[in-house]
Design a protein around this ligand. Structure first.
Ligand code: NZQ
Ligand code: ZN
Length: 386
């Protein structure tokens, strides 16, 4: 096992009717900016619950953060923070609202001239404006990690940021919020969390027995609850397991002491930047080709995944590993997630070359757990995904 440090300071408040506990988490004297998305919270009762829990503090609202949080919109919110002397941020939404709020947390205290530098120059945030979250969509794990991904439509860019100052102070996870999530977003959430685990697991064996079993147990739980949650998002048992699995998939725990890959996310973000494809779906497009292209390097772990997660006991390592890729595609297809780029756009010619060029320009010359996935290999993987 590799050496590691592990610190995750986010307080999780989990369970039925937990939104009312918000009141106790926000400092009395805070001036709060309530950040939300396109308005789903006004239709499903979450907004009223949040407002009633915030009745004792001063609150200004900023709605309209779009899916794939847009830089231009966030700059408007940043202006409100400055004009209104906001001291505390509250994100009420899914990964996009939470990531947007993380950007605001960083940008509010940023000393430089252009906040885009935080993303383009990869500036880590050591201290941000304090913020909490009320999670409305299990998927990204953003509610308990310190990363964010921001989109800039103008330049068709989607870049990551982070730093120890960007952990939420608290996150409220009430599985009842899942009841109003549309099927497409439920499928996205299940897929994103599943892929988060795979990115931190599908590398090579390194004797981290507990981390492997943490990862496998999250995958098994997602597989078990997926059909139940799609059929009935009001199923509280399924909803609570789904929600906690998504958080555990990307709060840092399972990646400690082990190699991680993250090439699928790196490539996937470009597909969102270029075509606006939902984040989770970009991962479903790239993952099968990525595993087929890197088969030799990953086959031992693929076979372990086949045995332990999909209960494939027959055949050689190679046969089990191949079967595991097919099982993964089958799982995605059952969620009605398409796994080819051409299922999403007919305008795909040249995409592989464009992504390879972007990675070269950005100096991303070696992705993956071995840091040997050069832009020309990325190009091949993307072409295999057409
Ligand atoms: O905007 P509103 O009206 O709220 O509607 C949202 C949005 O349209 C809706 N929704 C959310 N909760 C709902 C609901 N509808 C009904 N009932 C509810 N309870 O769902 C739609 C999608 O929301 P969004 O926040 O965009 O989805 P998700 O949570 O999947 O977030 C995706 C973003 O997170 C980034 C992605 O790249 C993408 O930009 N990621 C963030 C990560 C992180 N910070 O760690 C890791 C991930 O890998 C990912 O990159
Ligand atoms: Zn993801």
């Amino acid at each position: 096992m590799n050496n590691f440090d592990f610190k995750n300071p986010t307080k999780i408040i989990f369970g039925k009717d937990s939104i009312q506990k918000l009141e106790a988490e926000i400092p009395n004297k805070a001036k709060v900016l309530l950040v939300y998305g396109g308005g789903s919270i006004k239709k499903n009762g979450i907004y009223e619950q949040v407002k009633s829990a915030l009745s004792k503090v001063e609150v200004i609202e900023f709605g309209g953060i779009p899916a794939n949080p847009e830089y231009a919109v966030l700059l408007d919110a940043l202006q409100v923070i400055k004009e209104e002397n906001i001291t505390y941020l509250l994100a009420v939404g899914g990964g996009s609202v939470i990531d947007g709020t993380k950007f605001l947390s960083a940008a509010a205290l940023f000393k430089g001239d252009t906040p885009w530098d935080i993303l383009s120059k990869n500036i880590r945030t050591e201290v941000g404006m304090p913020f909490g979250t009320v999670l409305t969509l299990p998927a990204t794990g953003s509610e308990m990690n310190s990363g964010a991904v921001i989109t800039r439509k103008e330049t068709k860019q989607k870049l990551g940021m982070g730093g120890p100052g960007l952990f939420p102070k608290f996150s409220i996870l009430d599985p009842q919020v899942i009841a109003s999530i549309p099927k497409r977003q439920l499928a996205n959430g299940l897929t994103d969390a599943f892929m988060h685990v795979l990115e931190q697991y599908m590398t090579y064996p390194m004797g981290a027995l507990l981390q492997d079993r943490f990862a496998e147990s999250i995958l098994q739980t997602l597989i078990e609850v997926a059909p139940r949650i799609i059929k009935n998002p009001k199923d509280y048992v399924a909803a609570s397991n789904f929600m906690w699995s998504c958080t555990m998939a990307l709060n840092g725990l399972i990646q400690k002491g082990v190699p991680t890959d993250w090439a699928i996310h790196g490539i996937g973000h470009e597909l969102t930047a270029l075509f606006g494809i939902d984040h989770a779906r970009t991962l479903a497009i790239i993952a099968p080709s990525h595993y087929r292209f890197n088969f030799e390097a990953k086959k031992d772990k693929l076979a372990q995944y086949a045995e332990r997660v999909w209960n494939i006991q027959e055949g050689s390592i190679d046969e089990k590993a191949k079967a595991a890729i097919i099982k993964t595609e089958g799982f995605l297809h059952e969620l009605e997630i398409d796994t080819k780029l051409s299922d999403y756009t007919q305008d795909f010619e040249g995409t592989a070359e464009e992504i390879a060029k972007r990675f070269t320009d950005r100096g991303w010359l070696g992705l993956g757990e071995h840091k040997n996935l050069t832009p020309d290999k990325v190009e091949t993987i993307v072409k295999m995904s057409y």
